[in-house]
Design a protein around this ligand. Structure first.
Ligand code: CDP
Length: 233
């Protein structure tokens, strides 16, 4: 196999996709892209425009006219990307409970998914790419060189998400309800539902460190390439 290696990393909320994906990309010198920020940015834009989330026509107009720019981070607050909407930095607004509460409904829209697909495909670049989401291996990049589905129990995923947010332990039940609700909508939607691609490797990340998960994926890449991947300094 030759050419830039493409890894599709999918899974439910809190499975560790973004942490593992970024670490994997940085270890291999690959380009990292989290597609979730696009759906979150559309949710912010829809809310700002006062759009009814069931109005497919309005969502279609929004997704074709909206000005979203995703670029490498310029602020060191733990963000993985800068996300600009109409030139303004909306990155801090993307991971709020309010956006968590509406993003899956926005992402269930055919118009939104259709409108974002080319933008996602255009991100494949560089010496290799790690793309993270829900339908990367099934729909966005079905010819990816390696597809990995990360999973863990809902309670473990809620615990990790709370830790990531830095919230108090009393919030655990709320976080669990929020991610289970999102998983339910993501897995049952008509278009590009959250599901394991037939040719994906599933990794149950319960009890594993981020490094152990990254090691497993690097092992799978080595198997696929038949040699050690180039590791950046
Ligand atoms: O980080 P977390 O897994 O909690 O969420 P995310 O990856 O930022 O995605 C937020 C939401 O966007 C998901 O719950 C899905 O509804 C939607 N999404 C999607 O439908 N397809 C993708 N490829 C990525 C995200």
């Amino acid at each position: 196999m030759s050419g830039p290696f493409v890894v599709a990393l999918d899974g439910p909320a809190g499975a560790g996709k973004s942490t593992v994906g970024e670490r994997l990309a940085s270890r291999l010198g690959y380009f990292y892209f989290d597609t979730g920020v696009l759906y979150r940015a559309i949710a912010v834009a829809a809310r700002r425009a006062g759009i009814d989330l069931l109005d497919e026509g309005a969502l279609a107009r929004l997704v074709t006219s909206v000005d979203i720019l995703v670029r490498p981070p310029t602020v060191g607050d733990g963000r993985q990307h800068d996300v600009l909407l109409g030139g303004g930095d909306i990155t801090p607004s993307l991971r709020t409970p309010e956006v968590d509460g509406i993003v899956s409904q926005v992402a269930a829209s055919a118009a939104v998914r259709h409108g974002l697909i080319d933008l996602q495909r255009r991100q494949v670049q560089g010496t290799g790419t790690v793309m993270v989401g829900r339908d990367i291996g099934t729909v966005v990049l079905p010819a990816a060189d390696l597809k990995v589905f990360l999973d863990a129990s809902p309670s473990e995923r809620a615990r990790r998400r709370l830790q990531q947010e830095g919230g108090p332990v009393e919030d655990l039940a709320r976080v669990l309800v929020s991610i289970e609700r999102r998983d339910g909508i993501d897995a049952s939607r008509a278009i590009a539902p959250l599901t394991v691609a037939a040719d994906a490797a599933t990794i149950d990340t319960e009890g594993l460190t981020v490094e152990q998960v990254v090691d497993q994926i690097v092992g799978l890449i080595e198997q696929r390439r038949g040699r050690r991947p180039r590791v950046s300094a």
